[in-house]
Design a protein around this ligand. Structure first.
Ligand SMILES: [Zn+2]
Length: 250
């Protein structure tokens, strides 16, 4: 077990950025914010924790998937990321890590998501040929109406139509600031504002909007930042199976 610690010394160890707003965590109405002393775990295979917020700061340690810490300070926005000061319990070290690779260990589904369709990947996340495609496309033998399922418990934030883009699409909101997007649908099984359960059928695959054939375009975001989704062209996926948590570290 970690030793008892003195908050003043911890804040000092977490660097000068700790002098701003140390007493309370800035919630700013966002569901994404962690709270002081909240336990979090790493969702990346190799996540750096740093002396200060920012990608240029010295790396204190490189953490493994599943390592647990307690929120001690933050958040601080730096270099395009939101950083939290964390006391990493097993190592008994303190450092700043980015929010999108942390998840709460207290209740809820954490950062895990399930594949939303049974099919195969036709365009992976940010491939060399499509670096700006921050999504995964799935095919299912051109089967219009192939069931599409919620990747996690949530609420239907948006049900809409975009002629020159997503066509019929759904955007689900999940706890901790996550959202998932499902595009080019042929049909809807849910309405805006409806609560959905992980694995619940939410629509059918289609070819609506800017689409070259029946497929599902799927994204995971946290606080409007796209998260990397693993998988290669041609990989088979099964609806309801967990999406591996091999997000690359920062
Ligand atoms: Zn796509």
């Amino acid at each position: 077990m970690p030793e008892k610690f003195n908050r003043r010394s911890i804040l000092k160890s977490l660097g000068t950025a700790a002098t701003a707003g140390t007493a309370t965590v800035a919630m700013s109405g966002s569901a994404s914010a962690f709270t002081m002393d909240e336990r979090v775990e790493v969702t990346a295979s190799a996540l750096n924790t740093r002396e200060q917020p920012g990608t240029e700061s010295t790396v204190v340690a490189t953490l493994n998937n599943g390592e647990v810490g307690e929120i001690m300070n933050g958040p601080v926005d730096e270099d395009g990321y939101r950083w939290w000061g964390v006391h990493w319990l097993d190592r008994n070290v303190w450092g700043w890590s980015v929010e999108q690779y942390l998840q709460s260990t207290s209740g809820g589904g954490g950062a895990d998501f399930d594949w939303p369709i049974t099919g195969y990947i036709t365009s992976p996340y940010s491939s060399p040929s499509r670096p700006n495609h921050l999504a995964v496309d799935f095919g299912a033998n051109g089967n219009i109406g192939e069931p599409i399922y919620a990747a996690r418990d949530g609420v239907v934030d948006i049900r809409s139509y975009q002629a020159d883009g997503c066509g019929n699409y759904l955007k689900l909101g999940h706890e901790n600031g996550y959202q998932t997007l499902y595009c080019h649908l042929n049909s809807f099984d849910v309405v805006q504002g409806e609560s959905v359960s992980r694995g619940q059928k939410i629509g059918g695959m289609g070819d609506t909007g800017n689409s070259t054939g029946p497929h599902l375009h799927f994204t995971i975001e946290q606080n409007r930042n796209h998260l990397s989704i693993p998988g290669n062209d041609g990989d088979n996926v099964t609806a309801g199976d967990p999406i591996p948590k091999d997000y690359s570290g920062i």
